[in-house]
Design a binder for this molecule. Structure first.
Ligand code: 5GP
Length: 211
C-alpha cells in the first residue's frame, strides 16, 4: 500500500526537529522529506541530511521546473518539499514526515487527500523563547522575527488532526509515535490485509473437523 504524508508543524523552537529524530528511530516504515532551502547552513547542519542548501536562483529554477510539492517563504527564506523524493518514498510504502511550516501545511492539506496533520505546541511562549535563545542559532533580528511569527503559527493549531504539547521531549516523542502507529490501525488503511484474512475464513476452501 502507498504510504501517507504526515505533516508536522510548530513554531521555530517548538522542538519538532528533536522529536522527529526520535520518532524516525523508533517507528518502522517512516521516511523523512529533506527540504530545499535558501537559508544558510547552521553550524553542524549537513548538505543532503538536514536540508539541500541552494541559492535563490537555484530555488527559482526548481520552482520553474515544477520540482516542488509545495514551497513557502518562512522567516525571510525560501523552503520547499521535493515532489520526486516524496513520491519515491510513498511508492515504496513509507509514510513520509514533512517538517514544514503552517503555510506549506495549508497547501498540502488542500491538494493531497488523506494527509495526517500533527501540530507540536510549545508549553508556553516563555518556554519557546528560552529554548530558541538557548539554541543560539539565530542572530538577534532573526530571533525576534521567529518569536513574532510564533503567535500566528500557534493559532493555526486547529487545522491539524492532533496536537502534541512538547513539555518533555521523551514523553512528547512517545505520544507522537503513538499517533503515527495508532493511525495505521484505522480499518481504511488495512483493507488489503483484512481482505486476505477474511479470504482465509472462506469455509468452502477448508475442511472443518468432523467433515
Ligand atoms: P528552520 O530555518 O528553523 O530550519 O526552519 C524554519 C521553518 O521552515 C520551520 O517552521 C520549518 O518547519 C519550515 N520548513 C522547513 N522545510 C520546509 C519546507 O520544505 N516547506 C515549508 N513550507 N516549510 C519548511
Amino acid at each position: 500500500m502507498k504510504g501517507r504524508l504526515i505533516i508536522i508543524s510548530s513554531p521555530s523552537g517548538g522542538g519538532k526537529g528533536t522529536l522527529i529524530k526520535e520518532v524516525l528511530e523508533s517507528v518502522p516504515q517512516l521516511g523523512y522529506s529533506i527540504s530545499y532551502t535558501t537559508r544558510l547552513p547552521r553550524s553542524g547542519e549537513e548538505e543532503g541530511r538536514h536540508y539541500h542548501f541552494v541559492t535563490k536562483q537555484q530555488f527559482e529554477e526548481e520552482i520553474a521546473a515544477g520540482s516542488f510539492l509545495e514551497y513557502a517563504e518562512v522567516h525571510g527564506n525560501l523552503y520547499g518539499t521535493s515532489l520526486a523524493h516524496v513520491n519515491q518514498m510513498t511508492d515504496e510504502g513509507h509514510d513520509v514526515v514533512l517538517e514544514i511550516d503552517v503555510q506549506g501545511a495549508d497547501w498540502v492539506r488542500k491538494r493531497v487527500p488523506d494527509v495526517l496533520g500533527i501540530f507540536i505546541m510549545p508549553p508556553s511562549f516563555a518556554v519557546l523563547k528560552a529554548r530558541l535563545i538557548a539554541r543560539g542559532t539565530e542572530k538577534h533580528d532573526d530571533l525576534e522575527l521567529r518569536l513574532t511569527n510564533a503567535r500566528a503559527e500557534v493559532l493555526e493549531y486547529s487545522k491539524f488532526d492532533y496536537v502534541i504539547i512538547n513539555d518533555e521531549i521523551f514523553s512528547a516523542a512517545r505520544k507522537l509515535a503513538a499517533v503515527i502507529i495508532g493511525e495505521r490501525q484505522h480499518r481504511n488503511r488495512q483493507t488489503e490485509a483484512i481482505c486476505d484474512i477474511l479470504d482465509s475464513f472462506d469455509v468452502s476452501k477448508h475442511h472443518l473437523p468432523g467433515e
